[in-house]
Design a protein around this ligand. Structure first.
Ligand code: SF4
Length: 370
């Protein structure tokens, strides 16, 4: 199975920590841009006619700021150009404060059956500090529209002055509003963003150890509320794991459309230009807007497989590794296994990072990279 990702790079304002490809001042280009996205799908249709897609994900940016007719148009184009499995998972990212009932009805018509809502924090002061456009109350209103539906809430840890009780308030709000899935990410102010130059360099944000402790207490709190961790940053009620993201962690194939979208197809990884003008120009001239395109070697494929699998609670299946690479994991990674034996659970069939070390998996995974 494979996934489809559609990047919609428009936002109402730029958050102070964000370095995603998102434009707060170019919403006027959204009609031209979306017409190009439909065209890009058409370009790819012949090459991908034998691929069966199981999930579609509209991410951004803020997909919910554009006219919902484009979401309907994209889904029609996807059904026309590609082979979509029965009952696909179709997700759209929503910024609270940009959803209303009419939009929701249009999303339903498009076939959207999963929503991802960026709560980030239940405290308005923290939302303002992050430069978010919404309030906690906007989140409550959005959830009232999504009542009973399959939706995720994103929350952030590692915020300035954030106590464990603050994180609990965010988790409680998401839970009370009916979120079936919670993604919990640590704030990482990226270089070049306002937050990097201010709080980060002043040391006002919690350090890695403090954030790790916050994460650990929060994951236990989530577990008490019935949200089962299945990947380092992702927790869900049973049966509500994100199929789209699971495909990434299984190293499944996916195709991305739109600016900066990346793809993994036929052993190649490729990425579209992050420049909106260049993207539109390429599509209008009949070219793929790709800037990077590389074939993945066997060694890189092994590293990717291990890195992605070890982020998940299930870990890596030794049988799957053998059948994919015709090689023995224990022999290939004998030294790394020995060095990290205290951090790993290994029963001969699966290797996984022990629960208490999953958050700090990066240092462990580095030993498996060749
Ligand atoms: S809403 Fe998301 S994509 Fe847009 S500026 Fe904020 S963090 Fe970035």
């Amino acid at each position: 199975m494979a996934g489809i990702y559609v990047h919609i790079p428009f936002c109402k304002a730029k958050c102070r920590y964000c370095d995603f490809t998102s434009y707060p001042d170019k919403i006027g280009f959204s009609d031209a841009y979306m017409a190009c996205v439909l065209k890009e799908m058409e370009f790819r249709s012949t090459d991908l006619k034998n691929v069966i897609f199981d999930t579609v994900y509209f991410g951004g940016g803020t997909p919910s700021v554009i006219d919902p007719k484009w979401i309907i148009g994209c889904m029609n184009q996807i059904r026309k150009c590609f082979c979509l499995k029965e009952n696909p998972e179709v997700t759209i990212e929503i910024n609270p404060g940009t959803l209303d009932r009419e939009k929701y009805e249009n999303y339903k018509r498009a076939g959207i059956n999963r929503f991802s809502v960026g709560l980030q924090s239940a405290l308005d002061a923290q939302l303002q500090e992050l430069g978010r456009i919404h309030s906690a109350n906007d989140f409550v209103n959005a959830c009232a529209i999504l009542k009973g539906k399959n939706f995720n809430a994103d929350i952030m840890i590692g915020l300035k002055g954030q106590a464990f009780s603050d994180v609990c308030r965010s988790i409680d709000l998401a839970c009370q509003c009916g979120a079936k899935h919670i993604s919990m990410y640590a704030l990482t102010p990226e270089e070049g963003t306002p937050m990097f130059s201010e709080e980060y360099l002043n040391g006002d944000l919690p350090d890695d150890d403090e954030t790790a402790e916050l994460y650990d207490r929060s994951r236990k709190y989530l577990a008490d509320l019935g949200y089962i961790r299945y990947e380092v940053s992702n927790f869900s009620k049973p049966g509500f794991e994100s199929r789209h993201n699971l495909n990434y962690w299984k190293r499944g194939e996916y195709i991305g459309f739109g600016v900066s979208a990346s793809s993994f197809m036929c052993r190649r990884r490729f990425t579209n230009t992050p420049d909106l003008d260049e993207y539109i120009k390429c599509i209008l001239s009949g070219y793929y807007p790709v800037i990077d395109n590389a074939e993945i070697s066997d060694e890189e494929a092994k590293s990717e497989k291990i890195m992605l699998a070890l982020r998940t609670v299930k870990g890596l299946s030794i049988d799957e590794y053998r059948s994919l690479f015709h090689s023995e994991f224990v022999i290939d990674y004998f030294d790394a296994l020995k060095k990290n034996k205290d951090y790993l659970d290994f029963d001969g069939k699966n290797v996984r990072i022990k629960d208490q070390y999953l958050y700090v998996q990066n240092t462990i995974i580095c030993d498996f990279m060749k």
